[in-house]
Ligand binder design. Sequence first.
Ligand code: SAH
Length: 390
Amino acid sequence: MRPPTAIVTSRGAKRLAAGHPWVFRSDLAEAPAGAAGVVRITDPRGQALGWAWWSPASEIALRRVERDSDATIDGAWWRARLSHALARRAPLASDTNACRLVHGEGDGLPALVVDRYDRWLVVQFLSAAVEAQRALVVDALQELAAPAGILARNDASVRAREGLPRTVELVAGDVPEEIEVNEHGVTYLAAPWTGQKTGAFLDQRENRVMLRAHARGRALDVFSYHGSFALHLARGADTVTAVDASAQALERARANAARNGIGTLACVEADAFDYLRDAAARGECFDVIALDPPALAKNRGSIAGALRGYKELNLRAMRLLAPGGMLFTASCSYHVTKPMFLEVVREAAADSQRPMILRALTGQPLDHPEVLTIPETGYLKGLLLENGEN
Ligand code: SAH
């Protein structure tokens, strides 16, 4: 039986040739017959371009997964692609028991996210074609990672654009409410069923360790979630304050502090903008600050507002920074590019009247590969800044 075939326009083919796997609906010269799944793709002259995920409901109609038209997307293919992704993460094994095993397009597996928390996996099937192959994916993961359980956190909003329901489902075995994560000697509880993302923010692991090297005196972790930066900062600082708007997250931060034998974590439930303003008014001063807000730009239309937010937050944080103090500031907004973020932090530095020294510019860790030709795989950028005043 001939597999369903999609014909892409020459513009679509050009985009593929430039290294981006997506073909938009407007670049579909002929849609494949049949439901969501794996389809062959060709250019308008019939030249084979490999295989793609087909999403009938989405603006992103095709996502190329395989350039070799002679390949077969079966269990063996999935095992090969997944073992490649797993092998890339091997260097992390000695430092943590939690990492992203599959970062979608960044690992050549569009619309699939797999995070490992100790012996459990949390999976997100983010397109109709990946959902259609769920059994193959689960079998391959069982074989390669032998997890104690697999949870599908299919409640991500992008599922709606694929015409897929938003659910949280146990796919295999059992998955506990909380899982203990070990991260460079710090332990914390991740909440795979109910936590943000798949239960924790794995993408800041290395940045926490980087900032920890500068921890001393008074430390502040703004947008702390469950104390992620704070737990590391407590290793070197005398006092640590964790600020977050979520009472639930701070409750876990307290439990995480106790778990690490930290008696000096002050948790403050507050709006971060207000907290930073009030702390400045009180004349407070910190030696090290982590500033890790949620994505302030959710879409292109909200970039201008987001930039104002980033500037405000960074300016306020810089004003709280002691001479010689270190600020780690991050943006996880995909729509705010690296140059935009650097520029807005530069503006904040100018307004702060402090000589802020750029000590490091960071991107994504090993387990969140950012492919240069696929901008959507990159979203996280960070700056380590030192207040150069004496
Ligand atoms: N730094 C964390 C991740 C932060 S995610 C880590 O490394 O794991 C963003 C956090 O900001 C969430 O915990 C959310 O509850 C919190 N948040 C969102 N808006 C906020 C606001 N206006 N003020 C304070 N916290 C806020």
